[in-house]
Design a protein around this ligand. Structure first.
Ligand code: MGD
Ligand code: MGD
Ligand code: SF4
Ligand code: MO
Length: 799
């Protein structure tokens, strides 16, 4: 998941909160004792040592691990003792690392491609040769085409140890917008102020204060594995969970109510709820008048807001800002008055004439815009009973209610922002935003309100990556890039339609991959480099990060296995070969100390030694309370109110959210005759994206497969266990079929991103849709890749 907005939002608040906490003792001392006690209990034998590290970021858990090394080999993983049991976690994947890090899927040495792209023919070379080869190619490309013609991108998981430096040092492009995970955020963000609105502003620990939590597009119990306790605890406290999912997911199984809507129709469901809430007068009139822009006047014809604009100064940044005064209709004086006018009696609905022009309130327009979305229309569009829509609307409106959206499902459809916009609208309308037990956004990931501001490694002034105006999804469609280095498999993941991406890869002068595992793209690059896992370091420390209200250290458990090196030493090796090695820290310790040098009071007195003594984790000072401060009713929007009417989107017909069908996977698409199945792709508790695809113990319980409803399998003469080909006009891949009633008819389900060696040499991304919604470019996080907005057909291999 993209982290920038979360950091940007949390660092300020976390900072303020820490500053306010006086004399609160950190957890560090206490956890020290805990670690010592647990180590004593474990009574390591003479040949055993204990080491500590943190684990995956991209399962959203960052578990702190205690690792036992026996006779030089990783032998046991346990959760690190923690005073706060919410942070004492491990899962099957973590435990099974004792097998996985030695597993077959590890890249073991630098390898240069000698055969055709995709042939998998490589020859081992030395690190010196590898660094020389990279240096020569990088230099040639940058000399010929300019510095920015080189693309150096880290996958999220690969960037979790030391912050990357190489793209800055070389002035290369480092990757622009994400293209995933932020689609619903695109639609929510503007209602509650810039840079707030993608992640919920409060945390899941507040869920017990809600009567209802709607889980939309999230399979929380698998994709926020260790935080699913937040759901179960709230359920025990009486909170009701309603899960919207076309599939009977594990989360739907744990929820109190399941809405099995058709994929891609979440906006329709919420629009139907909104119309019902308006018709039945279930909205919160007082809240709407006091805290939203819905009473504001807009031009009855054009929809433009009646407003005065002046330029003021942002009190925090000192930057000039546009300040807007909107107008409401005051029923006391029968005149338009500024929205800030004291003592006004604003009209919620109606048409009024101001200076000879006709104006209506936003609310009046809302009623009109929602007219098409009757219960019957909603029921038909979502393929669910009309009563279900009315029932969920009543429960939600009664409140206090929360919408927890994940970033799967609709986020991977062309109409994702409309869904997010719907959440913002319905929350504003029913008073379910601002007060305790209410809210919307992503909760599964962001489980604490704290984020510390780590220090940085100082580079010479102005040394930064080249501006990267495009996301990877656009770069692969152009010819601006001539060489690339990927830390982690970017190409098969960050763009849909693999065959097009492959054409782009073929057009490059040089491509290099640094990865721990033999991920799918490995066979298509010129040079493959072995990276060590988070259990292995050349120095005593290999990474420092902030997560889960702690500063975490990736401490040495083992020396790097095989011939692997850390990403840091690979970057440094390349820089040295290019004569730029002096710009890098000498070693891990020096980098770690730079990151721990900060004036953030939450980290006061934190040193590498203290982290080592404490078993690789120190609780941020003043971070005991995981419930965020009440969100309240003042926002950074133009009016300071909740603003679910997006004037900026008038040109797209989306000032209020309006139904828009998915771009490919909609029922009436004539393409359905050829490709009748919608392709639902999600994540699972058995993997972290592609990671663990090659883990033997995991493979025993979770082999890659595509799942079909029994009716769809029977209609194609397919049986459980058949080898199948999945295809459309973009491409195809092969896998095994499993029949599962949990899958909605007319769709197929698969966990994304298995390595191609487990898909008979094919790539799942071959079929996915790369058509971007042009509106995306006008939205804060850019366009999103509609992976799930994909139609496919399935047949037996060889038929
Ligand atoms: N274990 C593990 N955890 C992870 C990850 C991982 O790889 N492994 N990856 C992390 C990352 S980067 C992400 S993006 C998150 C994603 O995690 P989530 O936000 O939970 O998203 P998904 O798992 O993609 O899909 C969630 C559910 O949406 C359902 N769905 C599909 N289409 C629709 C639809 O149109 N409407 C609705 N309402 N539901 C639909 C799917 O059936 C699925 O059950 O997980 C994170 N957590
Ligand atoms: N078809 C389809 N495609 C999708 C999605 C989908 O639903 N369907 N989902 C999208 C989403 S939401 C996301 S977040 C992305 C995620 O997909 P990825 O970007 O692949 O996920 P990550 O877990 O960030 O990165 C994984 C890669 O980094 C490597 N890696 C792990 N740790 C390290 C390390 O320390 N160093 C180095 N050098 N490499 C390391 C792994 O082996 C793997 O190659 O996929 C997107 N792509
Ligand atoms: S993979 Fe498992 S052990 Fe590792 S961080 Fe995620 S939940 Fe924790
Ligand atoms: Mo993601």
């Amino acid at each position: 998941m993209e982290q920038k907005p979360r950091g940007a939002m949390l660092s300020r608040r976390g900072f303020l909160k820490a500053a306010a906490a006086t004399g609160a003792a950190g957890f560090a001392g206490a956890s020290l004792t805990g670690i010592a006690a647990s180590a004593a209990q474990a009574e390591p034998a003479a040949s055993e040592t204990l080491g500590f590290t943190y684990h995956n970021e991209h399962c959203l858990c960052n578990c702190m691990l205690q690792c036992t090394v026996r006779d030089g080999r990783l032998a046991m993983i346990q959760p690190r003792e923690n005073e706060d049991k919410r942070f004492q976690n491990v899962c099957l994947k973590g435990i099974s690392e004792v097998q996985n890090i030695y597993g077959d899927a590890r890249i073991q040495r630098p390898m240069k491609r000698v055969g055709e792209r995709g042939s998998g023919e490589f020859e081992a070379i030395s690190w010196d040769e590898a660094f020389q080869m990279i240096a020569e190619n990088f230099k040639a490309i940058q000399d010929k085409y300019g510095k920015e013609a080189l693309w150096i991108q880290f996958s999220t998981e690969a960037s979790q140890r030391f912050p990357p430096l190489l793209a800055s040092v070389l002035g290369a492009q480092a990757g622009g917008l994400n293209g995933y995970d932020m689609g619903q955020g695109n639609g929510q963000i503007m209602a509650f102020s810039p840079w707030i609105g993608m992640f919920a502003q409060n945390t899941m620990w507040e869920w017990p204060e809600a009567n209802v939590v709607i889980l939309a597009n999230t399979n929380l119990v698998e994709t926020s594995l260790t935080w699913s306790r937040g759901m179960l605890d709230a359920q025990e406290a009486g909170t009701k969970f309603i899960c919207l999912d076309p599939r009977f997911s594990p989360t739907a199984g744990k929820a109190d109510q399941w809405v099995n809507l058709r994929a891609g129709t979440d906006p329709a469901f919420f629009l139907g709820m909104t119309k019902y809430i308006l018709d039945e007068e279930l909205f919160d009139r007082e809240h709407v008048l006091a805290h939203t822009a819905l009473p504001f006047l807009i031009d009855a014809e054009t929809g433009a807001c009646l407003a005065d604009v002046v330029t003021g100064t942002d009190p925090e940044t000192g930057e000039p800002v546009e300040l807007k005064t909107f107008y409401m209709w005051d029923e006391a004086t029968n005149a338009a008055v500024p929205h800030t006018a004291e003592g006004a009696v604003p009209a919620l609905e109606g048409e009024f004439t101001v200076n000879g022009k006709r104006y209506v309130t936003q609310f009046t327009r809302l009623r009109k815009d929602m007219e098409p979305y009757t219960l019957e229309w909603t029921a038909e569009t979502c393929d669910i009973p009309a009563e279900m829509v009315a029932d969920v609307a009543e429960q939600y409106a009664a409140g206090p209610s929360i919408i927890d959206n994940g970033v799967g499902g609709i986020d991977k459809f062309g109409n994702n922002d409309v869904a997010g916009h719907c959440y913002a609208l319905i929350a504003s309308l029913t008073g379910n935003y601002g007060k305790r037990g209410t809210g919307c956004g992503i909760y599964g990931y962001h489980v604490t309100p704290y984020e510390a501001a780590l220090g940085a490694w100082p580079l010479p002034e102005g040394m930064a990556p080249a501006p990267s105006p495009q996301g990877f999804y656009d770069v692969v469609k152009g010819d601006a890039i001539h060489g690339a280095m990927f830390f982690g498999d970017i190409p098969t993941q960050k763009a849909a339609n693999w065959n097009k991406t492959l054409e782009w890869l073929d057009s490059l002068d040089f491509v290099c991959l640094a990865d721990i595992y033999h991920s799918s793209v490995a066979d298509f690059v010129d040079l493959v480099l072995p990276v060590c896992s988070k259990f292995e370091c050349a120095d005593s420390v290999g990474g420092i990060k902030c997560a889960n209200a702690h500063i975490l250290a990736n401490l040495k458990v083992l020396d790097p296995l095989f011939e692997s090196k850390s990403d840091f030493y690979i970057e440094k090796g390349i820089a040295e070969a290019m004569g730029l090695g002096d710009l890098f820290p000498a070693d891990g310790e020096e980098y770690a100390r730079a990151l721990l040098t900060t004036d953030d009071p939450q980290m006061a007195g934190f040193t590498l030694e203290k982290l080592q003594e404490a078993g690789g984790a120190l609780r941020l000072i003043g971070s005991e309370d995981l419930i965020a401060p009440e969100v309240g009713f003042t926002y950074g929007t133009a009016s300071g109110r909740q603003e679910p009417y997006y004037e900026a989107l008038l040109e797209f017909g989306q000032a209020f959210p309006a139904w828009e069908a998915p771009c490919e996977a909609y029922p009436e698409n004539p393409l359905r005759e050829k490709y009748p199945l919608q392709f639902n792709q999600a994540r699972s508790r058995f993997r972290v994206h592609s990671a663990y695809s090659g883990a033997k113990w995991i493979q025993e319980v979770a082999e890659p497969c595509i799942e079909l409803n029994p009716a769809d399998a029977a209609a194609r003469g397919l049986e459980d266990g058949d080898a199948v080909e999945v295809f459309n006009d973009r491409g195809s891949f092969r896998t095994v079929l499993r029949v599962n009633e949990a899958v909605r008819p007319e769709s197929a389900f698969m966990v994304e991103s298995t390595y191609r060696q487990y898909l008979d040499g094919t790539i799942m991304q071959s079929v996915s849709n790369d058509t971007l919604n042009p509106r995306g470019y006008a939205l804060p996080f850019g366009p999103m890749i509609p992976y799930n907005d994909t139609l496919i057909e399935i047949k037996k291999v060889g038929e």
